[in-house]
Design a protein around this ligand. Sequence first.
Ligand SMILES: CC(C)(COP(=O)(O)OP(=O)(O)OC[C@H]1O[C@@H](n2cnc3c(N)ncnc32)[C@H](O)[C@@H]1OP(=O)(O)O)[C@@H](O)C(=O)NCCC(=O)NCCS
Length: 167
Amino acid sequence: MQNLSQSSSDAKNVYCCSLGSTDLEEILKIENEVYTHPWTRGNFLDSFAEPYEAIGLRSNNGTLVAYFLLMPILDELHLLTFAVHPQYQGQGYARLLLEEMRRLAKSKNYLSIMLEVRISNLRARHIYQQFGFVEIGRRKGYYPVDQLTREDAIVMRIATSDSANLG
Ligand SMILES: CC(C)(COP(=O)(O)OP(=O)(O)OC[C@H]1O[C@@H](n2cnc3c(N)ncnc32)[C@H](O)[C@@H]1OP(=O)(O)O)[C@@H](O)C(=O)NCCC(=O)NCCS
């Protein structure tokens, strides 16, 4: 357990923790419920073998409420996956997780966080924008929709240091 974002986490009776392969079954259960194209067990195991930041929120009864995975690229963190347990959605946990992400980036001196989001994912886009992420580009046909169709990604970034250049 980590003593992170104590005040906001306490208000919601959750705590932050590092995640690894022992948490995989819980992560996959959420991942498979919330994504049309979920990450596989292999994707997660590969990520856990890397020096990525895998952070979860657990409720005081131990349930995994939400998680994210960040890949460092030089002075930037790239958000790889980010999800809230279906039963805990709409209660502000995404925002709490984003606050945690920013706190972590600052504490490790990363200048920014970058992410891609499906153009159709209005909910996630709204949350990212509310939090301060700005659109910096688009990737045409980045995500599969079905066997015949693909959709664009919106690329967003937020500065996590006053000196970050968001060009
Ligand atoms: C996107 C996701 C992380 C949001 O988690 P959450 O805990 O429900 O989000 P929060 O409760 O913190 O915030 C909900 C916000 O979305 C808004 N919202 C809800 N549905 C919306 C919609 N269809 N369009 C736009 N905004 C919407 C709410 O009004 C609220 O905004 P507000 O705080 O300004 O009122 C969660 O729905 C999820 O896990 N989705 C599946 C995985 C995913 O899409 N991850 C992002 C990949 S880039």
